[in-house]
Design a protein around this ligand. Structure first.
Ligand SMILES: [Fe+2]
Length: 276
């Protein structure tokens, strides 16, 4: 483990090690404040699972004010669920067979090559086991968001990334939720990076002595085979180049509300007469 020079002493380091040990996420390093948008190839963004629940605020002000708190307004969600091991093995076998039948080069790509399927996998019977898990995940997330209307898959496609390839910074327009299911990952090809959507927050990034969800500008989520993640379709994300020796295989998808224009886009306010 290497540590940034200014963090090699004192309480800051102790707290870093504590977080890393607690979550088994390994190395933590503050993200350089000048590398926004160039971080796709940065080797060590802050692992998200290490920082989401971290808040040191109460520690430092509890003796000053009778009461104090930080209101976390406008948070950005990244939902993650792992398909149970037993179901995952059967699901993965089914999906790999279906992809092979579509001609996916699951093992024949050369380093530096990638492949994507058509975007209609959700309409194919062989992928129903996956779409079922996606719908369950989406319902769980929508319940968390207190959103009642159901949502539908509007696009679903497979990605095969040979060593040396990743995905550039992008978002998925004209949908509400996007997500990924991970079929084949391994060390060196097991992360996805999400970027702070508050673009103006990048105007000033003071040095921080500890990475937290509030001071980082890119968060790295570590994934495993069978992991399914959901995030806002507008959230910028990127995938580092595959540094393993095997292909990374995933299935991406978008979700949107059916009949959005007919049922949800109407004005939500009540007409009335203005007052003082
Ligand atoms: Fe994406």
């Amino acid at each position: 483990m290497s540590v940034a020079p200014h963090m090699r002493h004192g309480a800051g380091l102790q707290r870093l090690l504590c977080i890393a040990d607690k979550t088994s996420c390994g190395f933590l390093e503050p993200f350089p404040p000048t590398c926004r948008r160039s971080v796709i190839s940065h080797p060590k963004p802050v692992p998200l699972d290490c920082i989401t629940a971290k808040s040191a605020f109460r520690d430092c002000v509890s003796d000053t004010f009778q009461t104090s708190d930080v209101m976390h307004l406008f948070p950005t969600y990244v939902w993650r669920g792992d398909v149970p091991d037993g179901a995952r093995q059967e699901l993965s076998q089914t999906l790999l067979q279906e992809l092979a039948a579509l001609g996916a080069p699951l093992a024949s790509l050369r380093p530096g090559e990638n492949w994507q399927s058509d975007q209609d996998l959700h309409l194919r019977a062989g992928f129903r086991p996956l779409t079922s898990w996606i719908q369950k995940a989406a319902r769980q997330l929508l319940d968390h968001l207190h959103v009642q209307p159901d949502i539908m898959i509007t696009g679903c496609w497979a990605n095969v990334n040979a060593p040396g390839t990743g995905h550039r910074l992008h978002s998925h327009r004209n949908n509400f939720i996007s997500g990924v299911y991970y079929l084949q990952t391994q060390a060196g090809a097991d992360t996805i990076n999400f970027f702070d959507p508050k673009v103006q927050a990048g105007a000033i990034r003071p040095p921080a002595n500890e990475p937290t969800a509030e001071n980082t500008e890119v968060a790295q989520v570590r994934i495993v085979n069978g992991a399914l993640i959901l995030f806002p379709a507008w959230l910028l994300h990127a995938v580092d180049a595959n540094r393993s020796t095997k292909p990374r295989i995933s299935i991406s998808f978008n979700l949107m509300f059916p009949s959005f224009a007919e049922t949800m886009a109407r004005p939500g306010w009540t007409p009335g007469v203005g007052g003082r």
